[in-house]
Every structure is written in C-alpha cells, then in structure tokens.
Design a protein around this ligand. Structure first.
Ligand code: 4AD
Length: 461
C-alpha cells in the first residue's frame, strides 16, 4: 500500500543529466548522467536495491535507495527489465571493485519494460540443468549473457582488424553476390534454389568474382557469407559461415604464404592491442599466445610421411573399412589433422596437395604437375582455418581442369575471360571467421562464435 503511494518525479532543480552510454562513462565522474539499459544482475536488501545495468557497451553498478527502492515498480524489478536512471557517478571506495571503477547513486529511475519472474524468468530459462538444445532454441536470449556477448565483441574487433590489415596492404573491399550460377568447391555442397525459373545456388566462395576484380581494382578482398550444404555435424562445420577471402595479382606462391601469415599475425596483434577486445581474449582464453612467424610449412608428401611416422591412421569414409596407414593421394581428414596439430601445437601450412583432391582452378606445381600450388593453414585445436592457392593462368589448362572435375565450362565464360584478356600470375585464399575465432577464443565448436549458427536441421532463431 505504501509503495502504491510513491510516485517518483525527476528533480528538475538538479544539474541536467546528459544521456551517456555505459562504455563512455569514464569522463563523467562526479557528474550527473542519464543511462538506459537492462537489469543484468539484481540484489534487493531491506533498504536498498543493487543493480548491475547492461547496455551493450558495458556494465554499471547502481544503487536505488530511499523512495527509489520502495515503489511498486521496484517490487517488480527482475533481471532483464529495461530501465532509465539518472544519478551522480561516483568512484567506488578504496578496496571495492565495480565495472569501470564507479557506481551510480540514483536520484530517479523509471521502468521502461518489464520482464517475467518465476518459472519464465530469464534466470530460470538458463538454469544449470538447461540442455544445450535449450540454449540453441533460446539463442536470442542467451546472447544477453556475458560470454556470448564477449565473443561477439571480439568477433567484431577481429573483422575490424582484418579490414585494417587490408587497408595497410592496399587491398580493396568489394561485395560479391550471394546468388550465383557457378560452383567453386564442387557440386555436392551446393544449396540450390529456383531463380526465376532457372537453377541458382547460394555462393560457396566469392573467389571467382574476386579474381575478375584484379584487372579493375587491383588486389581485393571481401567479407561475405558462404554456404555449404554439408551434412557434417562436426565442431567446425556450419551451413553458413562468414568467409574472408582475398585475391592478389602478380605474386608467387611464397608471397601468398607470407601474406596469409601476416594477415593472421597482424590481425591477432590488433585485437590483442585493443583495450576492450584484448582484455576479453585474455579472459576467454587465458593461455592464448600470439603465433610466431614464420609458420611451419610442410609439403603434403612430407605430411603423409609424418602421419605414418606418428602412427596416425587413415580412416575411410566407409566405416566398414579398417583404418590403415596413409598413402599418397589420401585426404588428410579432420581427425588426422587434429592429431597432427595437437602434437606440433603451432600454426602450420600444408602445401602442394594432389590435383585430384583440390578444386579445378588450382595452379599445377611446374616441376610436378600432379600436385598443385595450394595450401591449408592448420591451427592447434581447430585444424584448417584457411584454404588457398595460386590460380591457373592458362585458358587451355583451365579447360582441362573443368574436364577433369566433370564441370560444364559454359556458365564460367566470364571466369575464362580472365585468361583471355590479360592473364597473370595470381593467388588467393579464404579464411573461415568462425574457425579462427574458435582458435583465438578456445571454443569447443564454431557454433559458439556465430551470431545465429546454421547447421543441419537448424535455421531458427
Ligand atoms: O577450403 P575452402 O573450401 O576454400 C575455398 O572456398 C576457396 N575458394 C577460398 C579461396 O581461395 N578464396 O574454404 C576456405 C575456408 C576453410 O579453410 C574454412 O576455414 C572455411 O573456409 N570453411 C568453413 N567454415 C565453417 N563451416 C564450413 N562448412 C566451412 N567450409 C569451409
């Protein structure tokens, strides 16, 4: 009853309170401010309510006391309510800690949006017994938790870091289409759909389009979603992922490897040097050590020998086949790759894969045409995070490539024109954003580092 009588009114005689994001509060010590956000944590005592408020830019501790603590709205406060608060920002006393080192002594507040209590409360949805499938179905709410939000923040910093690296290297950003009528990495993983009566696909890779930009714009890159209809329920496969791809003209294979190495090392360095993202990386992955240059480089043939020397066996896709030693021509499967990187425990390039294992466009090794100038970059704990190669420069060879891979060359007329109108040595690569993040943040699966992961059977939310 008493609570019903209390109506809070903002005191207009107080100094004006500018609207400030929590992340920018440092400059407002001992001033009056206005903040908006969600109740992240809540502790109600007899005389006071302690709130940790969240607005996406940070967390702020605030105290409601006196009448502010006694209103009907105050009785309704639960986590995930949205509120507006004004008050003076004070440094926390010596010996106490709070996010940002300050606390807001509220002089007025308002409920903007309520949230459920009881069994529907946010806390109950994510109790410790919640199944992973519950988390997945409630991804839109789980994103409000600290770890998923921290991961998304590092992800944004990493994408910024890539862009900064490319700007330094004079590589221009372009936006290739998602709707395509050519495959890049084989027909078996294409998502197909009806496109005004003809067949089209969701892009697997923007590589071929990037190649066409070289004579127009010079070196180019893109950050684009790629789609793979892979029925793999592994820790590192998604049906949709953010693909960072670049294409570079007039380079050698060695230049390509060095560029990829710099791209990874410089970008990681930028993220670690960022005051917010760097701190989050250290919190999420306390044992992270930035990789040292140069990366280990191992030829495919040497890698096959290495696997056999370490008794890492080849397992055929057909589980009825018993495991056997690797032989030349074998794919280095995910399990073998993991064992290898676990033992070596450093980033490593495997180079020079056999032609039949790789895509139609890859340049052949001049001294041994059965192999290609190709590379996979493997990281400890994750395996392959980058795939790249030098590209064929010669039209005749490219036409043979289509034939070898059983591809009809006619939809590729535009790609072939690259070799007709001023061909050149060039190469490029694709990096899986979710894979490098799984490595950087030591996450068990790429699903954790994707905003809304898509994998077999899941496209909601
Ligand atoms: O090795 P991939 O298939 O290479 C290409 O698509 C080239 N055309 C890229 C290029 O040269 N421009 O894919 C490149 C990278 C992989 O190393 C991996 O990191 C990521 O893309 N990737 C996936 N990430 C998540 N889920 C999947 N299903 C992925 N498939 C590939």
């Amino acid at each position: 009853e008493e609570a019903a009588k209390i109506i809070l009114k903002e005191d207009t005689s107080l100094p004006a309170a500018p609207k400030v994001k929590i992340g920018h509060l440092a400059e407002y010590r001992d001033k009056r401010v206005r903040v908006f956000g969600w109740v992240h944590r809540l502790r109600q005592q007899a005389q006071m309510t302690f709130i940790t408020l969240r607005d996406g830019t940070g967390y702020l501790q605030l105290v409601l006391s006196g009448d502010l603590h006694k209103t009907l709205d105050a009785l309704d406060l639960v986590t995930e309510c949205t509120i507006e608060v004004t008050g003076e920002l004070k440094a926390v006393p010596e010996g106490k800690t709070a996010p940002g080192g300050h606390e807001l002594a509220a002089d007025w507040w308002k409920m903007i949006g309520r949230a459920p209590s009881g069994t529907d409360s946010y806390a109950s949805l994510f109790n410790e017994h919640a199944d992973p499938s519950v988390r997945q179905r409630l991804r839109h709410l789980d994103l409000r938790a600290e770890t998923p939000a921290a991961i998304m923040r590092v992800r944004a910093a990493l994408l910024n870091a890539f862009r900064r690296f490319y700007a330094n290297e004079t590589v221009l950003e372009v936006t290739p289409p998602c709707i395509v009528q050519t495959s890049v990495e084989g027909g078996s993983t294409l998502f197909k759909f009806d496109y005004y009566g003809s067949e089209a696909y969701l892009t697997q890779s923007s590589q071929l389009f990037l190649e066409t930009c070289l004579p127009s714009l010079g070196d180019v890159f893109c950050v684009q979603e790629s789609f793979r209809a892979e029925n793999s329920h592994t820790r590192r496969h998604l049906a949709e992922y953010t693909h960072v791809e670049a294409e570079l003209a007039f380079i050698t294979f060695d230049d390509l490897l060095t560029h990829i190495e710099s791209m990874i090392c410089d970008s990681v360095e930028y993220v670690l040097a960022d005051p917010v993202a760097g701190k989050l990386v250290r919190e999420l992955n306390p044992n992270f050590v930035a990789p040292a240059r140069p990366f280990l480089r191992m030829d495919y043939k040497k890698a096959i020998e290495w696997l056999n020397e370490h008794d890492i066996l080849f397992q055929d896709d057909d589980p009825a086949q018993p495991p056997r030693p690797h032989k030349l021509g074998d794919d280095i499967a995910e399990a073998a790759e993991r064992k290898m990187t676990d033992i070596l425990n450093v980033p490593m390039f495997i180079t020079g894969f056999p032609r039949e294992m790789k895509a139609f466009y890859m340049k052949r090794v001049p001294e041994d045409e059965h192999y290609t100038e190709s590379c996979d970059l493997l990281m400890p704990g994750v395996g392959e995070i980058v795939g790249g190669s030098m590209r064929m420069t010669d039209l005749k060879q490219l036409l043979e490539g289509y034939k070898e891979h059983g591809i009809d060359p006619s939809p590729y007329y535009w790609y072939n024109d690259q070799r007709t109108y001023g061909t050149m040595e060039h190469g490029g690569y694709g990096l899986g954003t979710e894979r490098i993040l799984a490595w950087l943040l030591n996450r068990y699966t790429v699903r954790e580092v994707s905003l809304y992961p898509r994998y077999p059977g899941h496209a909601q939310p």
